[in-house]
Write a protein that binds this ligand. Sequence first.
Ligand SMILES: [Zn+2]
Length: 543
Amino acid sequence: MAYQALYRKFRPPVWEDVKGQDHIVTTLRNQIISDRVGHAYLFCGTRGTGKTSVAKIFARAVNCEQPDNGNPCGNCESCRTALEGTNLNIIEIDAASNNGVDNVREIIDEIAYSPVKGKKKVYIVDEAHMLSTGAFNAFLKTLEDPPEYVMFILATTEAQKILPTILSRCQRYDFHRITAKVIEKRLREVADAEKIDTEKAALEYIARAADGALRDGLSLLDQCVAFYAGEKLTHDRVLEVLGAVDTEVFHAFFEALQKGDVIAAIDVLDEVVYQGKELAQFTGDFIWYLRNLMLAQTAEGAERIIDLSAEQMKELREQAASTDIGVIMRLIRVFSETQAQMRYDVQKRTLLEMTVVRVCRPSSDSGEASIEARVAALEEQENRVFAALRLIESGAFTPGANTGQQEKKRTEETTVSAVSEEDKKKWEVALPEEIREVAAHWQEYIPSMSGRLKAYMQALPQPKLSVTEDGRKLLIVLFHKQHADAFGSYPALLEELEGILRSHTEKEVPVAVEYMSDPGTFGRTYPDLSEIIHMRIEEDEDE
Ligand SMILES: [Zn+2]
């Protein structure tokens, strides 16, 4: 028998097998039982959350000759042909490859004919947001007045791209991301059914790596099993196959950073690169590790929200106990910035090394000339990168009053660094004192915020501070839409925040809030206050 990918083989045949979407399953199943099926459905949710699986069960149940408690029976002709993929009443369309008006016309022409056998023609349109506007409009006519025997199921990862006129005609169901625990349970079932010997920690890791998508979890399991065919699947082997880094490495990296030991930290990076791991992934995983460290230290009963084995948890707690929360939060902030920059910079390794140097700031008496040289080289690189970034950004918020001399310098690559520093200073001078003060002490204000406000300000990616265009208000840029929206819906949030700023600075600091989807573009759109503050700290140290 040909090898079948696990996620295909274990595509759930009945409602009971759908994982983590109980709210949807119950409703759809009841519709079958009570014979009140609608004619248009929209399934939304991130990839791998079961949209297509549910659509297929639903389509089979609708056409089944003797559904059993809302489930397709699996035995009647309709069910059998559906499972073989030859049922003419169940039509799957991949909008990603058939998105034109002509394709939709073809479908609509077909719709005119009632099914020869069976009850309903079910059209499952995958990636529905990929349909062209013309195709959507052609669809709309049919959706307005569909024949009795037609049913549409549109599945999409991007509901916001579906035309409102289509949305309003569909019953909408939002698929949740699936928790690591539910994914792990399903992986366990599959592994047992396939007689794959696995360590619990191995499945835990895969479930976490699946990041809310059950299908990804099964695919990852597939990869691991294929690599170690017939052998026990251990945690180490999973890490090996998935190119992941063990917590021990993060532990060592964190220790080095905490001690300010640049060389030890860079040795860890060398090892990571040598093992062929991806540095962007390493950075992301390290941030996750720091997040766990932070929770282990601050949250009661953190075990429930941290996905680790008891043994790993014990180690984490030990490390957390000897660490200052401020240090962890600073690292999260710094490495999140690095992660965002990595998307635009090919020199991932240099970026990461720069970050290490920034974090460690080795004192000048650390000996060996080679270390000094390396650090100096890296710092020079850092300056050049900042200068380059500055140049890109300068169009957005450099005052237009540059002197001719500065303009000239700007064009000479070797001296851009000086200009950009000047620009920074000029811009800083224009900054109201109270806003500067708030930016410099921002992290100290957070503990005095109430639950909700605090949660928003500590969310990852962390909100960024800037100023409004007129330079008079503190601008907080949030990277979660619902958080930004909450400020609109609950004026009390803004009042609380302004109150906190008032009590700390003894001045009025008006606040504005903005939402931005991509943290990586923040620095190119708004002046970054943390950078100004960073520069001030450096100057202070020079004195
Ligand atoms: Zn049946």
